[in-house]
Design a protein around this ligand. Structure first.
Ligand SMILES: C[S@@+](CC[C@H](N)C(=O)[O-])C[C@H]1O[C@@H](n2cnc3c(N)ncnc32)[C@H](O)[C@@H]1O
Length: 778
């Protein structure tokens, strides 16, 4: 599935209006683009002059600035460089290619092609281009960079590249004069313009050093050959001046300049240990670990102070890399070696203790009662996965699913997992982003564009996590892969970015949090405003095997970059874990339409009942009436007696109730009865305790729970209950009404039940007292 991405400067429109507007424009643009592509396919390239190429680039040139965030530079580009730049034109330029796979050929096996031989709208398989940048990076879209290039014939063209393909280059942007190979080049249509060269997959572009023998003689610099020691010195200098990308390049060159036996001696050991340090700075944990371990092996055997110091350094680096990869037994072994050499080493002891805490969490779970709750939003918390109670298995009809491998009691943690990749909501969202797969009906907004970059960069830097990513469902167009390992070619991991985009679309969880929201602040559905498009987003690989059911048995919540699943009822060994993908709407058509964007219709008992019950359509109309009445509530409040409004609500409730006949809905939630009963419960609170109680219990019952109360105790029965903040509210409300009847023990029990459900929804108890007050001393 190809996709489009747009960034639009903020204005007075609401996010929803902007999205509708841009989505409509892009739909039209996509059709035009497809038509132009069809017309151009296979035609000869129209050769542009150098001046024409630079001219096409001109409005997009950005000032040289370090760019951890391309979004920011995009905004800056709009504001600083070209205030008159047409946003629509930029959005249209960003419609990406139809999906295609990365090149699986090595540079050595490809024959050279020239720009003048390119055909429009064509992939040039079996060939490669050797190019030189004649400009620096310019903005093309929120996720792409654009440069002018030339080949050795002196022909010119424009080239667009995704960000994630260039961040491993030392400048973090492409600089004028950069040299590179483009494998099996794709010369594609850009709306209303001639074709451009297009690099989608990071492994399809290889940056070359200026002395690379593959370069034409005229472009090659034949400076004085550097020795391994000289490259090592250059690497050390770069490391000291905090340029780890350049340092890694120099250490790579140092190792390449050595013979095999030299690489296995003291100098080789030093270079590996230093490169481990550079790779730690780059968060290339895989490479850092293997370098540190190699560097450790090559420390001379003497038991002197220098050798011990070198060993300790290597073990520290191995420990750090293994810890960051979540491979705590390796980290433990490395830090144990540190403290074996220096038993009183403070740092070593601290890291060992920290690693042991993570290993304990893997075995027993994180103590989320002690966690920081909403304060952790947007942060990466220092905790380990707890996955041992569940495993992925094949289901009969829903692909893979996640199953309990032991019984799990209601309220317990089923699993908690750190994100494979995570993009926190921006502190000050300045622009908004939109990703629309052209053939899909659903656009994804907010952080999705950044998420794509984050996932690909993480896997490029750490191919060992590839299998966790590639095992995930990638939609109907991407059948499961035979091998989940990420292949390496020409020293680069080969990743199909279109598959990854689909993996993100089908598996990531997004959520929005209001900084002021403390109660239910970790809950998955605690979206404070539907207009909020800049939520956090993450990908959790183990949890991705969980299928949806409207009659779910697991609630999920988020603390920092961790997702937590708790059981909403007792779960038997071998039972499938299910959760809500989207808030359950009482209107079946709305609910079904939301789930269809994931490509399925739910077959839970509730959806089956809604599908087969003849009164579902009538209920739909009544629910529409409820929405209208509630929309007019301020006017009604001003013009009608409260009693008349409540009577109107009760009348509607009686009509909705009839649309839930027992033969279809026995023991099931009756979601259409929640909203108005809730209003009535609070409306009667002062005037009529019994009526208030009746409506409060009706809210609970509408969620599928039966609340059995005795003089001093209460419990839920029914196995199809849907935990929800409204149920927690009403448990507290029933408790308050019962206080009037002097049922202290029952009140305590109801509060206990409310807290238990609150924790299931919120992950941990923070915010409960803020919302419901402290328990009264009895
Ligand atoms: C996050 S994945 C869940 C794991 C997935 N079943 C797998 O094979 O890896 C989401 C996809 O699972 C499938 N799925 C989830 N819940 C489902 C359900 N209740 N019925 C049918 N398919 C479902 C849909 O294809 C959906 O797009």
């Amino acid at each position: 599935m190809a996709q489009s991405a747009a960034t639009v400067a903020p204005d007075t429109l609401t996010s929803a209006q902007k999205i509708d507007m841009v989505q409509a424009e892009l739909e039209v643009a996509k059709l035009r683009l497809r038509q132009q592509a069809r017309e151009r396919r296979g035609l000869e390239r129209v050769a542009p002059s150098r001046a024409a190429v630079l001219q096409r680039l001109a409005p997009k040139v950005i000032r040289q600035a370090p760019r951890p965030s391309l979004v920011r530079t995009f905004d800056q580009a709009l504001e600083l460089d070209s205030p008159s730049l047409d946003h629509r034109r930029i959005a249209w330029n960003m419609i990406l290619s139809e999906p295609h796979t990365p090149s699986t050929s090595s540079v050595a096996s490809l024959s050279k092609i020239m720009l003048r031989d390119l055909l429009m709208e064509n992939h040039h398989y079996g060939t490669m281009l050797l190019l030189r940048a004649i400009s620096s990076s310019a903005i093309h879209s929120s996720m792409q960079t654009c440069i002018a290039v030339e080949d050795e014939n002196g022909d010119h063209e424009l080239l667009t590249i995704h960000d994630f393909a260039v961040t491993s280059h030392s400048s973090q942007m492409i600089q004028q004069g950069s040299l590179f190979v483009i494998k099996e080049p794709f010369f594609r249509t850009v709306l209303d313009e001639a074709c451009v060269l297009c690099v989608d997959h990071p492994s399809d572009i290889l940056f070359l050093d200026t002395d690379n023998p593959v370069l034409p003689r005229a472009w090659r610099t034949s400076g004085i050959e550097r020795s391994a020691v000289q490259w090592k010195h250059a690497g050390n200098l770069a490391l000291r001046s905090q340029d780890p990308i350049e340092a890694e390049r120099c250490y790579n060159r140092a190792l390449a300049a050595m013979t095999a036996s030299q690489a296995d001696d003291i100098l080789g050991g030093m270079i590996h240990r230093n490169r481990a340090q550079a790779r730690i700075s780059l968060e290339h944990w895989d490479g850092a670990y293997s370098d540190a371990m190699t560097g450790m092996r090559l420390v001379p055997q003497e038991e002197d102070g220098v050798a011990n110091l070198q060993k300790m350094r290597a073990f520290y680096r191995a420990g750090r890399a293994a810890y960051e990869l979540g491979v705590y037994d390796r980290a433990h072994s490395a830090y144990t070696s540190v403290t074996g050499i220096a038993p009183n080493d403070v740092d070593g002891l601290r890291e060992l203790k920290r690693t042991e805490a993570r290993m304990a969490e893997q075995a027993t779970g994180v103590n989320f009662w002690a966690a920081t709750g909403p304060a952790a939003h947007g942060t990466r918390v220092d905790h380990a996965d707890f996955l041992r109670r569940t495993e992925a298995r094949r289901t009969q009809t829903h692909g893979r699913g996640l199953f309990a491998i032991e019984s799990i009691a209601c309220g317990d943690i089923i699993l908690s997992e750190k994100a494979l990749a995570f993009v926190p909501s921006p502190a000050t969202p300045k622009s908004f982003h939109l990703v629309i797969p052209p053939s899909a009906t659903r656009g994804t907004f907010g952080t999705q564009g950044n998420m794509w970059t984050a996932v690909i960069q993480k896997v490029l830097a750490n191919p060992s996590i590839g299998p966790r990513l590639l095992s995930l469902y990638a939609g109907p167009n991407y059948p499961p892969l035979e091998s989940l390992d990420i292949p390496m070619l020409d020293g680069r991991p080969v990743i199909d970015i279109f598959r990854v985009e689909n993996i993100i679309e089908y598996n990531s969880f997004g959520y929005a949090h209001d900084a002021d929201l403390t109660s239910f602040g970790n809950a998955a559905l605690a979206t404070p405003s539907a207009d909020s498009m800049d939520g956090s987003m993450g990908l959790w690989s183990h949890a991705s095997a969980i299928n949806h059911s409207c009659l779910y048995n697991a609630e999920h919540s988020f603390i920092g970059d961790m997702i937590i699943f708790r059981a909403t009822r007792d779960i038997a060994k071998d039972e499938e874990i299910t959760t809500l993908y989207k808030e359950v709407n009482a209107d079946y058509e709305i609910r079904d339409a939301a789930l269809r964007t994931w490509g399925f219709s739910c077959d839970c008992k509730l959806c089956e009942a809604d599908r087969h019950c003849p009164a579902t359509t009538q209920r739909k109309h009544l629910l529409q009436q409820v929405r209208e009445v509630l929309g007019r509530l301020p006017i009604l409040n001003a013009t009608l007696e409260p009693r008349a409004i409540i009577m109107m609500f009760e009348d509607l409730l009686a009509q909705i109730e009839k649309t839930y006949p027992g033969e279809f809905y026995h023991g099931l939630p009756r979601l259409g009865l929640i909203t108005l009963n809730r209003y009535c419960a609070y409306a009667y609170a002062r005037s009529d305790t019994d009526k208030a109680l009746g409506h409060a219990l009706a809210v609970i019952a509408a969620h599928g729970y039966t609340l059995d109360m005795t003089e001093d105790d209460a419990e839920f029965t029914g196995n199809n209950g849907m935990s929800a903040p409204q149920v927690v509210d009403q448990l507290i409300n029933v408790g308050r009404l019962m206080e009037r009847k002097d049922r202290a023990a029952l009140v305590r029990r109801l509060r206990e039940m409310a807290l238990e459900m609150y924790i299931v929804i919120n992950g941990e108890p923070s915010g409960f007292e803020a919302r419901y007050g402290r328990a009264r001393e009895q």
